[in-house]
Design a protein around this ligand. Structure first.
Ligand SMILES: Nc1ncnc2c1ncn2[C@@H]1O[C@H](COP(=O)(O)OP(=O)(O)OP(=O)(O)O)[C@@H](O)[C@H]1O
Length: 344
């Protein structure tokens, strides 16, 4: 998965196919697509009914003949043809408009892939991009793309640490001189934390939460208002099936999500153990940069700061860091460090 900045500069489109969201950056236009990686299909005719935000809204509300599917799971394209259809639909007019402005004779695409992704998974990502008309696909490690997108000096001879908190996984790495020195993937992301919240309500309140009520709960937990000790949550009673509202203690929910988050803190330790001591010393001052949508998870930043005793910062717009990083490399905004061989 090593690709040169020269090859990336020849690309005109960059894609981040995530388990939760799909983002697309067009050269000269910026981020043009940021939609859920979801498609709704009529299983009788096979027709695509909706993609993106509309398809996500349909989750849990469809009749039997409509199925809401997620073609990307754990950062891996599990259904290539559905991913191609979804991406074509999401891009549709954007690509046509870009082609009118400036002809794209041979569509070269840049894409990011999870760290240490298997060759078969890489192939599925490449095939998906061929489906939107790409003739050549350059693959970049999502940890490097996200670090560039956060503005970290990845090409410099100093260590930086990035934590990419996605929906299905959290990837952690130490980078230096444009390469990954040590990395770890923890199988805990936003989805696992959402699941912990759902389980908390099921066990403590005998309430089944609707899938779309977990996000507002996160937003409420991240509120800086110290008075916010409890809130009303609506759901379905586990035994009777009747709709019910319960008043819940927010500290209880915070406690429920601490367990999966602790696994993420352990991942930092694992990366540091594989790192040369000189680089660890660099990191003591610079700290950890959080990127990815789940970086906004309430309490994660504080827990990491307490668990590692290192400075922790959240990137500006952490959710789109990876695609922004690909975009910056495509636009030629990242300068490689020239190391000229010394004369004998
Ligand atoms: N404000 C927020 N508070 C808490 N969680 C959030 C917030 N915004 C997004 N998330 C979580 O972030 C996750 C999506 O992150 P992101 O968009 O980086 O994932 P992805 O790149 O699609 O996933 P992956 O990298 O695993 O393929 C979701 O699980 C979502 O619940």
């Amino acid at each position: 998965m090593s690709v040169s900045l020269t090859q990336l500069r020849r690309c005109s489109i960059a894609v981040d196919l995530g388990a939760a969201r799909t983002r697309v950056y067009l050269k000269g236009s910026g981020v043009v697509v940021d939609e859920p990686s979801v498609a709704a299909v009529d299983i009788r005719s096979g027709a695509l009914i909706a993609v993106g935000a509309l398809a996500e809204k349909m989750t849990g509300r469809t009749p039997d003949h409509i199925r809401v599917v997620r073609p990307v799971q754990s950062g891996i394209v599990v259904d290539v043809s559905m991913a191609q259809r979804m991406l074509r639909q999401l891009l549709g007019s954007q690509l046509r408009r870009a082609r009118l402005r400036r002809p794209l004779p041979m569509l070269r695409a840049a894409v990011c892939a999870p760290h240490a992704c298997e060759p078969l998974a890489q192939r599925a990502i490449t095939e998906t991009l061929y489906g939107i008309g790409a003739r050549r696909v350059e693959m970049v490690d999502s940890l490097i793309a996200a670090a560039v997108g956060c503005g970290l000096p990845v090409e410099q001879p100093e260590a930086t640490m990035i934590m990419l908190c996605g929906a299905s996984t959290t990837q952690i790495a130490v980078l230096c001189l444009g390469s990954i020195v040590a990395a770890e993937t923890v199988a805990v992301g936003g989805e696992a934390i959402d699941y912990a919240v759902v389980q908390h309500f099921r066990n403590e309140h005998e309430l089944m939460l609707p899938s779309q009520s977990v996000r507002p709960l996160h937003l409420m937990l991240s509120s800086p208002d110290p008075q916010l000790r409890s809130t009303d949550v609506q759901g379905r009673d586990v035994a009777s099936g009747i709709a019910r509202t319960v008043r819940v203690d927010t500290d209880g929910v915070r406690e429920a999500i601490r367990i999966p988050m602790a696994a993420i803190v352990d991942g930092v330790g694992a990366v540091l153990r594989h790192c040369p001591p000189d680089l660890v010393a660099d990191l003591t001052d610079r700290g950890i940069m959080l990127a990815g949508g789940s970086a906004l998870m309430p309490g994660l930043e504080t827990m990491l700061r307490q668990g590692t005793r290192m400075p922790v910062s959240i990137a500006e717009r952490p959710d789109i860091c990876a695609v922004r990083g690909l975009g910056a490399m495509m636009e030629g905004l990242v300068l490689p460090m020239h190391i000229d061989p010394l004369a004998a």
